[in-house]
Ligand binder design. Structure first.
Ligand code: SF4
Ligand code: SF4
Ligand code: FES
Length: 227
């Protein structure tokens, strides 16, 4: 059995083309292992990101037939059985650096700018279990960028996007965050929370079931009094 892939290549800036590959199927093969096989045995120049191989680090997200997926979690057997050729492309809504690697510097810069972490405090760091459960989905975000790649609204420059609201939700609800006014301002003024279309596309693609659209709706309801 053989896996057929058509991969978007961009070895040189602006020189885009699609290249077809065939990889012999091995039991348990994931899309990431297929890409590694191509790199090791067919074309060492094929460029993609990966690290943990276990759905934890979030680096291997790419577009599979137009849908963001984690390559290390994507089993290829169904595609092999149906003889379907997979179209593999870099994440949408990001600048491509090379082949399947996108530029995530702006996202990292925005995380720093918004201070998406809790400042060190001398307070007791423990929180009640019910609050911990409330923020655990948001805290599960692995920054894979899949939601940003599938959100139709992120092309509007002023809209922060689902990743940032999923993170902001955690810090807004976490009792250890002392500056709630900052989080409200970041969501409403800087991030334009209310520009969300409530289309739920980000919920569909999140591999960690963070459900950014659901968290955004909750933020909209609780922050309504501040608008
Ligand atoms: S629900 Fe909002 S954040 Fe999610 S994809 Fe739609 S517009 Fe983007
Ligand atoms: S919210 Fe989900 S899809 Fe978006 S970056 Fe976090 S883990 Fe990825
Ligand atoms: S390699 Fe870490 S999430 Fe896929």
């Amino acid at each position: 059995m053989v896996l057929r892939l058509k991969i978007r290549r961009e070895k040189e800036k602006g020189k885009v083309y699609y290249e077809s590959f065939q990889v012999p199927y091995e039991e348990g093969m994931t899309l990431l292992s297929a890409l590694q096989r191509i790199k090791e045995e067919i074309d060492p120049s094929l460029t993609f990101r990966h690290f943990c191989r276990a759905g934890i680090c979030g680096t291997c997200a790419l577009m599979v037939n137009g849908f963001p997926k984690l390559a290390c979690k994507e089993q290829v057997l169904p595609y092999v059985l149906f003889g379907e050729e997979l179209i593999i492309e870099p994440l949408k809504n990001f600048e491509v650096l090379r082949d399947l690697v996108v530029d995530n510097e702006k996202v990292i810069g925005k995380i720093k700018e918004l201070r998406l972490w809790i400042k060190e405090t001398k307070k007791d760091p423990r929180i009640p279990p019910e609050l911990s459960r409330k923020i655990e989905d948001s805290a599960d975000c692995i920054l894979c960028l899949s939601c940003q790649a599938y959100c139709p609204q992120v092309l509007e420059e002023k809209y922060a996007g689902p990743l940032f609201f999923a993170k902001l939700y955690r810090f807004y609800e976490d009792p250890r965050e002392e500056d709630k006014a900052l989080r409200i301002s970041q969501a409403i003024k800087e991030g334009n929370l209310y520009h969300c279309l409530s289309c739920n596309k980000c919920n569909l693609v999140c591999p960690k079931e963070v459900e950014p659209a659901t968290l955004i709706r909750e933020l909209m309801q609780t922050m309504d009094v501040y608008t």
